[in-house]
Ligand binder design. Structure first.
Ligand code: PLP
Length: 346
């Protein structure tokens, strides 16, 4: 089955599988005391700067929960977009496991701004209200948009001016950096970001994400918290080896740039079809669109994908490191044929 449902539907990049196989020799010290983990941590410092402290984890929800737990005290909360994955797709894990209240803000494109953050700063100092401690943004966003380095710098400056920290859910940070044509640091460390949940799985790993703390002095006890939150892998070398494969050369950028290019191609193809309206700018590896009634279901007879917004019928199509031009063209042709076939579309 090939489809446009999610970059998580893709398999493992062959170079990553090779790296896992190559790590599968002899015995190695468990729980992250192995050579692969040391190499991976060094690579994170190469990419994010010498202050980067890294904790490898199993999944993205775990990275976000660990970040919030490490950065917030019991009465503190996290400002985020209403559409943020942490708010809508993590089963309440930030609230249940990190014990933080999410202070959400509506946005049209998934992106926070200093002005939107201000909407949740009105009760700072009021003992009856949860106190904001972290501003959490997603880069690239759940709506396939991305922040420019300047936009992140403005958010970091604003957060810091109010005594808050800026966290990036970088499940697709590679797609944003590749799309912007910049380094990973240029969209994080260099613009004042304090903490990053860095994604690997959507970019071709079998499974592995990382919490990267960039600012000195934050995240007391993160190592203990990772264990408490069940995110410390005993055979850690196999998560680390995947990150070595991703970060040692340009695999992270190659894979992300390819996924982005496929989304751009798909956007161009479907935008030319009568009745299809793109609803978001394509700045990473996702395409959002409104279709005439009946078209989505007709296309789903052949391809799998999700309706993002049940109220409006808006659909989301995602590309991955292994999406091919032929698949994009076949999918766009299926959309075009359905638009011509389904009566409501004419
Ligand atoms: C923006 C974002 N953050 C975090 C995650 C969490 O990843 P996981 O499913 O590995 O917990 C996802 C997964 O889809 C995501 O899209």
């Amino acid at each position: 089955m090939k489809g446009f449902a999610s970059d998580n539907y893709a398999g493992v990049h062959p170079e990553v599988l090779t790296a896992i196989a190559e790590a599968n020799v002899d015995h190695a010290v468990a729980y992250g005391e192995d050579d692969w983990t040391a190499r991976a941590e060094g690579l994170f410092r190469d990419h994010f700067g010498p202050t980067a402290r890294t904790w490898l984890v199993f999944n993205g929800t775990g990275a976000n929960v660990l970040a919030y737990r490490a950065l917030c005290r019991g009465w503190e909360g996290v400002i985020c977009a209403e559409t943020a994955h942490v708010n809508v797709d993590e089963g309440g894990a930030p609230e249940a496991m990190a014990g933080v209240k999410l202070l959400t803000v509506p946005t049209s494109d998934g992106k926070l701004t200093p002005e939107l953050v201000d909407l949740r700063l009105d009760r700072v100092g009021d003992e009856h209200a949860v106190q904001p401690r972290v501003v959490s943004v997603t880069q690239s966003t759940e709506l396939g948009t991305r922040y420019t380095p300047d936009e992140l710098r403005a958010l970091a400056d604003h957060a810091h001016a109010h005594g808050l920290l800026l966290h990036v859910d970088g499940s697709r940070l590679a797609n944003a950096a590749a799309g912007l044509g910049v380094s990973l640091a240029a969209t994080t460390t260099d613009v004042g970001v304090d903490a990053v949940s860095f994604g690997g799985t959507k970019n071709g790993l079998l499974g592995g994400e990382a919490l990267v703390l960039l600012t000195d002095g934050i995240g007391e006890g993160t190592a203990f918290l990772r264990k408490q939150h069940m995110q410390l892998a005993s055979k850690g070398r196999f998560i680390a080896a995947q990150f070595v494969a991703l970060l040692e050369g340009d695999l992270w950028r190659r894979s992300a740039a390819h996924a982005n290019a496929m989304a751009t191609r798909l956007g161009e193809r479907v935008a030319a079809i009568d009745g299809v309206t793109l609803t978001q700018e394509i700045q990473a590896n996702a395409v959002f669109a409104l279709l005439p009634a009946g078209v989505a279901d007709a296309v789903r007879e052949e391809f799998r994908f999700y309706t993002w917004n049940e109220a409006t019928g808006e659909v989301r199509w995602m590309c991955a490191f292994d999406t091919t031009e032929d698949e994009v063209d076949a999918f766009a042709a299926a959309v075009e044929a359905a638009c011509a076939r389904v009566p409501a579309a004419r």
